[in-house]
Design a protein around this ligand. Sequence first.
Ligand code: CU
Length: 310
Amino acid sequence: MNTPARLGAYLLGLAVLFGGALGAGRAADTAGLTPQATPHTTASPASGETSVPEGLQVSNNGYTLTPRTTTVEPGQETDFRFTVTGPDGRPVTGYQVQHDKKLHFIVVSRDLGGFWHLHPREAGGGEWSVPLTLPAAGAYRAFADFAPEGGDALTLGVDLLAPGDYRPAALPAASRTTTVDGYTVTLDGDLTPGALSKLTLSVAKDGRPVTDLQPYLGAYGHLVALRDGDLAYLHVHPDGEPGDGRTAAGPGITFYTEVPSRGAYRLFLDFQHGGVVRTASFTVRTGQAAAPASGTGEQAGHGGHGGHAH
Ligand SMILES: [Cu+2]
């Protein structure tokens, strides 16, 4: 599905969701219940899809992410294999190509310190294979982002565990600027819960704006946003694409996204320049429109931070 169609489907899903919630509230009124009690006591909205953010479920809409193992020895490269089983219980073999790939595989550490965007190969019979190294002991989350043939795009998530002593890091402080490999990436725009939010990420190198970003997977940038606390997955896409006659190759890459709730999100931007794909990461809090651009955002809720390095 192309980006506008995908966005449209998402907005339609939201409309269905809110419509469903409104309907439930009305039904509760006639039943004599207090309206505010209903949204939290209802197990799930009537609509089966888009009721929760993507990535929180290992199985959704009949599709299940099935790894051969969820225990991975830290520090060793393994041939990680999995299937996606479909509503018929058999491994899915037909996928739509999205952003040049049939399946995007994202792995993060659960403390959001590490991020890997991988592209497994098809090993036959619906099995996917990818070399995977979990660098240290700990808890990780893997996401399969795909669209089955004839079905809607979805993202399934599963926990991976690397045995051993584990020291979780605090979430890095909120910041509007981050650096990676000599590049400075600056974030403009705010995340507003429940509203379409425009974010522009601008890339500079040695203080000069980069205007020759290279297309990577059909775009100048790919942004993954994960909610702190449960790693709800928001795969957002840029406004415009290379070669469409209106999208510049930097320095700014514009995205539209909608976050489902207040809180902190960790953003990971993949961009390509000089033949190398790099990932810039940010912590963003919703509802801080007036906050100055600074590397030391508010610390509330994270008990401070100490020496977290990437
Ligand atoms: Cu990908």
